[in-house]
Design a protein. Structure first.
Lengths: 285, 323
């Protein structure tokens, strides 16, 4: 995968769409990270200008211009190097992300549950991150937030960051499916076990980089099995990233036939997965 | 949700609203007429069955854009999870034959982000010519903030895809399935898929916190011009909407009033529509879901009804004999 396809799809405003249409924050940050990984900072700069302009007063980013609420894509912005994004912008984004939790972890909700006589659920003891404020924490936004904050914490260690990262990782372990791996974050419904997805399994494994244990091992084994079954570029990219994070990518692996790279995030994360497997990752240091 | 919209965004939103308004001429419908037709298999006969079924409802779509919203959930093409692509293609052809200016297929899955891969695995690319050109991923479409007219839930407004807002007719094409949160998932629950994941995430959990039944009723109220066409050729019973068991029913159910269509489907599934929360909320007075208020065309319910297996938590939904 090369950056040429990304350059073709850049919008005149400097941002990127998912496939076509207006610019969104997620594809734009992934495209900038991929261009940067390829050493094309000059080209990435127009995208960075678009990203910088999108930061909201509270320090976070909205999904796309006009939506008017900071959300999970702030994690992606925090993955950008502070010196490129702007140090103060980066600090404000990190602060927004550190202070964000799922609604089920908030004091108000927990007090309400306590008054109603509900036992505190396991996940409320280990807060993760929601897609948008006012809703529960889920696996993908939690994984991305951990990746972003862990990268920042390794550069500028802070106790507050370390404790959030640790709690986020416990959230992921709590949400692991029976038999390993992760889906969007619903382990069971009405007593029925839910199946893991390849893309979220890879993403959670990347966030658990450096963590050892039965759960991680079980999920790594599943991720290796998923490699031969996955039917989307998104799944393949995140499986490669998750396995790369643990040094478990099988040698000589050939992807299944028919995988199509249709979206900007798919093209960009493919480039980022190549980089991670080559020892240079935008997601961790 | 916050609403700090720039002037440019406001202008874009206004343009979309204007577009929606320009399409807002009422589609002539026959209220609360629900049709049940036999459709034994996913084969070429569906094209004629669907063409005649759609034509019988005298929908005024000539020269207007139609959006078909199937239910795409998971990657298993052999299962009964997703709306069958042959049926969706048959509906496309039927609306084009009626003179629709454009027929768009649009969906925004709630759990899996890779919508086009999901569609490919479900057989849409192979079955529907030029599928990619006809398809819009509602999760990442352009959006407009819309005030909810009824406010059944605590949501006051919601971002919705401009593709849906610009449709002269929204055709909801769900699979006839049980659902582990709502009892049954049919044409109204199918509208969860129009809420953009790009804004609200995967799953669209804001709707869960606002109340699932209430949110379904809210979304139903946003789209006054709907046609429901339910894929009951093979439905799903038990632990739906994903882990249930295929249930061959050999039927299609259609009509311009989704409340009436869903109530009819419930009766075919031997589920009491009066015990489905969103049907009660969305139903007018007198209750649209009452059997006496639905003009039933085609096959009679009694001849085709077969009880769908229900998980223990939903056994109280069972339609009593003769109800």
């Amino acid at each position: 995968m090369t950056t040429a396809k990304l350059l073709e799809q850049q919008n005149p405003d400097g941002g990127w769409p998912y496939r076509r249409g207006g610019s969104w924050t997620e594809p734009t940050v992934y495209a900038v990270l991929a261009l940067a990984a390829a050493g094309e900072w000059a080209t990435a700069e127009r995208g960075l200008v678009w990203i910088r302009a999108g930061q909201r007063d509270d320090g976070g980013w909205q999904a796309r211009p006009g939506v008017g609420e900071s959300c999970w894509v702030t994690s992606l912005a925090v993955l950008l190097p502070a010196e490129r994004l702007g140090v103060k912008r980066h600090q404000r984004a990190t602060a927004w992300l550190s202070a964000t939790t799922g609604l089920e972890s908030t004091t108000v909700y927990r007090v309400r549950q306590w008054l109603m006589g509900s036992q505190a659920a396991t996940e409320t003891q280990a807060p993760g991150w929601p897609w948008v404020t006012g809703s529960a924490a889920w696996v993908s936004p939690t994984s991305l937030a951990i990746l972003a904050l862990d990268r920042e914490n390794r550069l500028h260690p802070a106790p507050g960051l370390a404790s959030r990262i640790e709690a986020g990782r416990r959230f992921l372990i709590n949400r692991m499916c029976k038999g390993g791996g992760w889906n969007h974050g619903s382990v069971r419904a009405l007593g029925y076990e839910s199946a893991a997805y390849p893309e979220t399994t890879g993403m959670a494994l990347a966030a658990l980089r450096g963590c050892r244990g039965r759960e991680t091992d079980q999920s790594l084994d599943l991720a290796v099995r998923f490699l031969d079954e996955c039917r989307s570029a998104d799944a393949l990219n995140w499986l490669r990233l998750g396995l790369a994070a643990h040094g478990r990518m099988p040698g000589g692996y050939t992807p299944p036939a028919g995988i199509t790279y249709r979206t900007v995030p798919e093209v960009a994360t493919s480039i980022l997965a190549d980089g991670a497997l080559g020892g240079k990752s935008a997601f961790w240091i | 949700m916050g609403e700090a919209i720039t002037r440019r965004d406001w202008m874009a939103g206004s343009a979309a609203a204007l577009l929606a308004a320009s399409c807002a001429r009422p589609v002539r419908t026959t209220q609360s007429e629900t049709t049940i037709v036999r459709a034994e298999a996913y084969d070429q006969r569906l094209y004629d069955i669907v063409r005649r079924l759609v034509a019988s409802h005298r929908l005024a779509v000539r020269g207007r854009p139609v959006v078909i919203k199937p239910n795409l959930v998971e990657f298993e093409p052999e299962s009964a999870i997703n709306t069958h692509p042959l049926l969706v293609h048959a509906a496309c052809e039927a609306f084009l034959a009626l003179g629709a200016s454009r027929v768009t297929i649009a969906e925004g899955p709630g759990h899996r982000r890779n919508t086009l891969d999901l569609a490919e695995a479900a057989g849409y690319f192979q079955t529907i010519p030029d599928f990619e050109d006809r398809f819009v991923d509602l999760n990442v479409d352009e959006v407009t903030l819309v005030d909810l007219p009824q406010r059944f839930s605590r949501l006051k407004r919601v971002y919705l895809p401009n593709t849906m807002l610009g449709a002269a007719l929204v055709v909801s094409m769900p699979k006839m399935k049980t659902h582990h949160w709502t009892g049954a998932t049919l044409s109204m629950k199918n509208l969860f898929g129009v809420v953009p994941g790009g804004v609200y995430g995967w799953p669209k959990n804001v709707l869960h916190w606002a109340g699932i039944h209430e949110s379904i009723a809210d979304l139903h109220s946003v789209f006054p011009r709907q046609f429901a066409l339910v894929d009951g050729v093979v439905g799903m019973e038990g632990n739906g909407p994903i882990q249930g068991v295929p249930k061959p029913m050999g039927v299609l159910v259609a009509g311009t009033d989704p409340v009436a269509v869903d109530a009819t489907c419930c009766r075919l599934m031997r589920i009491d529509p009066a015990r489905i929360g969103y049907l009660r909320l969305a139903s007018g007075a007198p209750a649209e879901f009452a059997e006496s208020n639905v003009r039933q065309a085609g096959e009679p319910i009694a001849a085709l009804a077969r009880p769908f297996a229900l998980i223990p938590q939903f056994r109280g939904l069972r339609l009593e004999s003769g109800a």
